[in-house]
Ligand binder design. Structure first.
Ligand code: HEC
Ligand code: HEC
Ligand code: HEC
Ligand code: HEC
Ligand code: HEC
Ligand code: HEC
Ligand code: HEC
Ligand code: HEC
Length: 433
């Protein structure tokens, strides 16, 4: 009895060990089988399906060898999954502007917005109404070379007619094509007309060949252009509470949510796209980035936009998903006042240099003497920056890259003007006092 009692635990321990070994072996086999079967199944990468894995399309088959990167990127796109083909964007009639003969057909090397329009007419129409379209191009190239139909299109854009100066931009001319190809044109070609008469480059935001909505929703996309001393929206966003929320928690946001259905549970704080593009709350999705703005903030002296009251309702409906009415109302009132304060400073800068203009003490040429630069920087860098900082919550840009620099340039302009007048022997009441 005693012996039997002693050996029972030993026996059950043996059974346990044998059982465990069997379970481990079985688990091992399952893991191996799974690994083998999954490598035979369609390739899954970061949860995205390769929609072209078994494609017999001749463009795909050959280009997988010649330009594997393009096929790889396109294979993970929503459009490939929806069976949009290479030829839907690239293939054209032989007489199409810019067509080149290719493998028994004709292709465009750079498909235009006219191709996208076949399937996305709403987005293209909204985009064409915005300053991302022709106004962006006219900003450097001027309107003089636009054919009549494009000129008409440009003039039909509510914000297009704001800028009466449609000459080729002075800095653009001074710097010359060797530079501007990599500067002005790189950013402003977002609105360049193509050979076929369509306007704009959708791929500036929806990078080819993924053409992803997720990517365009991320603020880094806008940072390609909305950056730097004269329009630092990216830098401002990064120091705003909204940007901090994005930078510290954005990894968990629902980037792939269907357009038009976005709520605060997808995006606990807004990105550039949420405020300027996305359907959010009562406001619908748009590619017309002027649709929610009340001021011409980029202008030296800001004025109200046409239809600004409606625009304001649309922007505020976005804020209302996360802030209450009093908060938003107070914020807009204070930001309007700050905008007007900057306007006053820019008016003052004009009054300071007015006697020089009246007495022909400035050269005809733009940007050929230091005072031209100080006068320009005052509104173009610091005035704009202060206003953008106010509206998009960037205190450092309102203060040290904004108001403070304006005060500094006003002081310099007064001194420069006084010195020139004295040199010329002209006595004027000191302006701006
Ligand atoms: C038999 C192979 C083959 C086939 C089939 C093929 N391509 Fe190409 N494609 C090439 C090669 C090679 C190039 C040149 C690559 C280079 O210059 O580096 C090219 C270039 C291109 C270019 C760039 C043209 C340019 O002027 O820069 C486009 C666009 C293009 N192919 C689209 C297509 C489309 C769309 C199809 C299907 C209708 C297709 N290709 C079918 C091999 C092929
Ligand atoms: C939704 C439209 C669209 C589809 C679909 C599309 N492309 Fe493109 N592709 C473009 C655009 C737009 C450009 C021009 C980008 C630019 O100029 O910056 C381009 C450029 C190219 C170029 C020339 C640029 C380079 O870097 O060599 C090639 C080659 C090309 N595509 C091949 C393909 C192939 C192959 C497929 C199918 C696997 C495909 N494209 C599908 C829109 C498309
Ligand atoms: C032949 C029709 C067709 C053409 C041409 C076309 N698209 Fe698409 N596009 C689609 C379809 C279909 C979808 C998927 C819609 C869906 O699933 O909701 C789509 C989706 C998209 C999306 C959303 C992607 C996402 O992540 O959900 C973007 C952005 C887009 N297209 C941009 C473009 C651009 C830019 C062009 C031109 C260069 C273009 N498309 C040309 C049919 C087309
Ligand atoms: C880094 C990208 C970038 C570069 C480079 C750039 N711009 Fe701009 N530019 C912008 C953005 C973004 C705006 C819009 C600012 C806003 O609305 O807040 C703008 C606004 C403007 C405006 C005012 C709007 C208008 O249509 O009147 C003019 C004029 C202009 N740019 C001309 C130029 C010229 C000329 C050059 C080259 C000498 C140039 N830009 C270089 C991005 C750029
Ligand atoms: C300045 C950046 C920008 C440019 C340029 C741009 N888009 Fe978009 N696009 C976006 C953003 C941001 C979204 C996502 C909107 C959202 O959050 O719902 C988007 C979404 C889309 C969608 C999906 C919309 C839906 O309702 O499913 C399509 C299609 C699209 N864009 C097509 C285009 C076409 C075509 C062009 C060129 C005419 C273009 N885009 C140019 C930023 C851009
Ligand atoms: C490739 C460069 C480029 C990219 C990328 C870009 N923009 Fe712009 N954006 C411009 C230019 C240039 C202007 C000014 C156009 C002009 O001169 O009239 C502008 C103007 C604007 C305006 C002012 C419109 C108005 O009516 O005054 C808004 C708002 C804007 N962009 C938002 C965005 C957002 C949000 C994104 C990212 C989703 C973005 N942009 C991406 C170049 C760009
Ligand atoms: C919380 C919402 C919000 C976010 C996030 C946001 N903006 Fe804005 N943005 C605004 C408001 C509000 C204005 C001023 C509107 C007005 O004029 O009434 C503005 C103005 C602008 C303008 C000035 C247009 C002009 O008149 O010159 C540009 C350009 C712009 N935003 C681009 C961006 C970019 C790029 C980002 C991301 C880096 C961004 N915004 C992030 C709300 C936002
Ligand atoms: C998706 C939600 C969401 C939207 C939409 C949104 N905000 Fe915010 N906002 C936040 C969050 C989160 C904070 C950070 C709150 C905190 O500081 O605790 C914030 C903070 C702010 C602040 C405080 C800034 C500071 O320095 O204390 C202002 C001002 C503001 N938002 C204005 C706006 C305006 C104007 C709009 C619309 C154009 C807007 N917000 C849209 C979520 C949002």
């Amino acid at each position: 009895m005693a012996e039997e009692k002693q050996s029972a635990p030993v026996q059950s321990a043996r059974v346990l060990i044998v059982g465990l070994v069997a379970v481990i072996v079985l688990l091992g086999i399952i893991v191996i089988v799974q690994a083998v079967t999954s490598s035979a199944a369609p390739v899954v990468e970061e949860g995205k399906v390769d929609a072209l894995a078994n494609s017999r399309d001749e463009c795909v088959v050959c280009h997988r060898r010649t330009t594997p990167g393009i096929v790889e990127q396109y294979s993970h796109s929503t459009m490939a999954a929806a069976e949009v083909l290479c030829r839907d964007c690239h293939e054209v009639q032989p007489d199409y502007p810019g067509a080149t003969e290719h493998e028994g057909t004709y292709v465009l090397a750079s498909p235009t917005a006219a191709m996208c329009e076949e399937c996305h007419s709403t987005e293209v129409a909204q985009f064409n109404q915005s300053r991302h379209a022709l106004p962006a191009y006219v900003a450097y190239a001027g309107a003089q070379d636009l054919p009549p139909d494009l000129l008409e299109m440009y003039e039909a854009i509510p914000e297009g007619t704001f800028n009466p100066d449609r000459a080729r931009n002075a800095l653009f001319q001074i710097e010359g094509p060797a530079i501007t190809r990599f500067a002005c044109e790189n950013c402003h070609n977002i609105g360049r007309p193509a050979e076929d008469g369509s306007v704009g480059q959708c791929q500036k935001c929806h990078l080819r060949h993924e053409f992803s909505m997720e990517q365009a929703r991320k603020p880094e996309t806008c940072n390609a252009c909305h950056i730097g001393p004269d329009h630092p929206q990216w830098e401002i966003y990064q120091e705003s509470p909204h940007g901090i929320a994005y930078l510290t928690g954005g990894d968990d946001w629902n980037w792939e949510a269907e357009a038009g259905t976005l709520t605060v549970s997808d995006f606990p704080a807004p990105t550039c796209a949420t405020c300027h593009f996305s359907g959010f709350g009562a406001t619908g999705t748009t590619h017309d980035v002027g649709d929610r703005l009340t001021w011409y903030l980029f202008a030296p002296i800001s004025e109200r936009r046409p239809g600004w009251q409606d625009n304001k309702v649309r922007m505020q409906a976005v804020c209302q998903e996360c802030h209450n009415d009093n908060f938003i109302g107070d914020f807009y009132e204070a930001a309007d006042a700050a905008t007007e304060r900057v306007n006053e400073w820019v008016v003052e800068s004009r009054e300071i240099v007015a006697p020089l203009q009246e007495n022909n003490l400035l050269t005809e040429e733009p940007f050929d003497e230091p005072i031209d630069f100080t006068f320009f920087n005052l509104w173009h860098h610091w005035g704009r920056t202060a206003k953008f900082g106010v509206w998009m919550q960037g205190p450092d840009y309102v203060q040290w890259h904004g108001a403070y620099e304006i005060l500094n340039d006003l002081a310099e302009l007064r001194e420069m003007t006084a010195a020139r007048l004295e040199e010329a022997g002209i006595e004027v009441e000191e302006a701006g006092q």
